[in-house]
Design a protein around this ligand. Structure first.
Ligand code: SAH
Length: 500
């Protein structure tokens, strides 16, 4: 396995400065013992004009077999025949093993540490990286798809299966040449992550701290990479739980970046309706339905003079953020079952950076709405915005009891899609619900029947209303019900810290 890194010199600095960055002297040839064999580092050329460092890994096939014991075929690209443990491409093709060697031999360089020339490590360098044989499942096209978005100019030549028999076609290997101006640490980190991704064989790294490692190596480039999903999936060799954990954290990183750039963008990033945004081309574009829904809810809460509000199934806390803008809401609590959504919510609200007074007004907590929860009692109002349709219909009575029977806020505002309106979403195939997780979608009569029955059972009155423009035939896209508690036996507001 072989890889070279080349750079050119400038008037100010000789190309051999590469040696400082790599922490390897250009005049020396050095060898290192790594997990999978001997790694040699040497410089085929080292002049002021041009300097090339080479990494050659002599894979020890016996070590591969030993390490693979008990885990069939590990490290052997194709574990389908007995001899594959000994006869395989590993010694020749750049792969996950080379990635491991890279990180062992160029550890400091990959981290961007360079005590002698810190300015070099911090700056993009003109680089050419060459790998004569890269196993590339997905071919040259995927190689380009992985490296081009990172700013590399990519030359990926498919290698023939056998040069003497061109009619046999191409192998799954490519000769790869990357040209670009990147920080060396970044370039090495990208290779560390992407070589095994291209290889897509079983790797050795499948421990939980691999998620941290991937995030560290992917910092600054992976979160926004268009092929992120594929990269994460393959990197973890389909260990779904690790892949999912990594994806969640990368999503947070991406949102954090997006957040810093453009807060408005997030405001519209409500998963459901924005995917099928309304279009009334002749008019100035109406606000997205999610925005109108939040406005309608806030209006009802103001009418009810609610101060302390629960947002039940708050998701990523778009409504919580909206309520925070209005000082009349003194306490806002988001409740959500999904830890992932809560983490995104905390990030988007900038909970950590919030000043004390703001922070005192808002709280996020994890909870399941189908169970009674003492923490939810004593509030003026509760919102269930696009939540009920996420529960199996037979679980709904449990939620009704927990909210209307046990928590018993003075006001409950419920919104849900109006299924009749679905025919107006041009992008929605006939008969399909609006969101993959919707367990049901009701027409207006069904929602009214549910609302009236629930109000009757628990001692509330209810007023129904539309959200979004009403269509004369099929009604509004979203329906809203505002419940008001009738009996005055339960105190409406319990100031914080006081017991009732
Ligand atoms: N209220 C938000 C999010 C709606 S999506 C909005 O209007 O945009 C529905 C949300 O309800 C999801 O975040 C889902 O995780 C949450 N949810 C579904 N069932 C739940 C339950 N039983 N307990 C708590 N939250 C639940």
């Amino acid at each position: 396995m072989f890889l070279t890194i080349s750079t050119i010199g400038t008037d100010q600095r000789p190309a051999t400065d590469l040696g400082f960055l790599l922490h390897k002297h250009p005049d020396k040839s050095q060898s290192f013992t790594t997990a999978h064999g001997l790694a040699h580092v040497f410089y085929p050329e080292a002049s002021a004009e041009r300097c090339t460092a080479a990494l050659l890994l002599e894979v020890d096939p016996i070590s591969l077999v030993r390490r693979g014991r008990g885990a069939k075929g590990r490290g052997s690209g194709s574990p389908d025949f007995a001899l594959s443990q000994y006869v395989n491409d590993r010694p020749y093709a750049a792969s996950s093993l080379l990635a491991v060697a890279l990180s062992a031999v160029f550890k400091s360089a990959m981290k961007g540490d360079c005590k002698t020339r810190p300015e070099l490590a911090a700056e993009p360098q003109p680089l050419v990286i060459e790998l004569p044989a890269v196993p590339a499942k997905g071919g040259a096209e995927l190689v380009r798809g992985l490296f081009e978005p990172l700013g590399w100019q990519v030359e990926a030549e498919p290698l023939p299966l056998d040069v003497s028999f061109p009619e046999w076609g191409d192998s799954r290997y490519v000769g790869l040449r990357l040209t670009g101006a990147l920080r060396l640490a970044e370039a090495l980190s990208q290779l560390y992550v992407l070589l095994p991704v291209l290889d897509d064989a079983k790797h050795y790294w499948v421990s939980p701290d691999e998620v941290d490692k991937l995030l560290a190596r992917g910092e600054g480039w992976l979160a926004e990479h268009p092929e992120r999903q594929l990269i994460v999936r393959r990197y973890f060799s389909r260990r779904w739980s690790l892949a999912r954990a990594a994806n969640d954290r990368l999503e947070l990183a991406r949102l954090a970046e997006a957040d810093d750039r453009e807060p408005e963008e997030l405001d519209n990033a409500v998963p459901e309706e924005t995917a099928t945004a309304e279009g009334e081309p002749e008019e100035p574009r109406p606000a997205p339905l999610a925005v109108r829904r939040r406005a309608a809810i806030v209006e009802r809460l103001r009418e009810a003079n609610a101060k302390r509000v629960l947002d039940l199934g708050c998701g990523e806390a778009a409504l919580v953020a909206e309520l925070l803008k209005d000082r009349s809401f003194t306490e806002i609590v988001g409740v959500e079952v999904s830890a992932r959504a809560l983490a995104i919510a905390a990030r988007r609200l900038r909970l950590e950076r919030m000043n004390e007074r703001q922070a005192a007004r808002v709280k996020l907590m994890q909870g399941a709405l189908t169970y009674t929860d003492a923490r939810l009692t004593g509030y003026d109002a509760a919102v269930l915005s696009e939540v009920i349709e996420h529960l199996d219909e037979e679980r709904l009575p449990a939620l009704e009891y927990a909210v209307f029977g046990a928590a018993r806020p003075g006001t409950v505002v419920v919104t849900t899609p109006n299924v009749e309106y679905n025919v107006r979403w041009e992008t929605l195939p006939a008969g399909q619900v609006r969101h993959a997780d919707h367990r049901f979608e009701w027409d207006r009569a069904q929602f009214r029947a549910w609302a009236e029955r629930t109000a009757g059972t628990y001692g509330y009155t209810v007023a129904l209303g539309p959200v979004g423009d009403e269509d004369p035939e099929v009604g509004p896209p979203t329906q809203l019900a505002a419940f008001t508690r009738i009996d005055d036996t339960t105190a409406t507001t319990t100031p914080k810290g006081e017991s009732r």
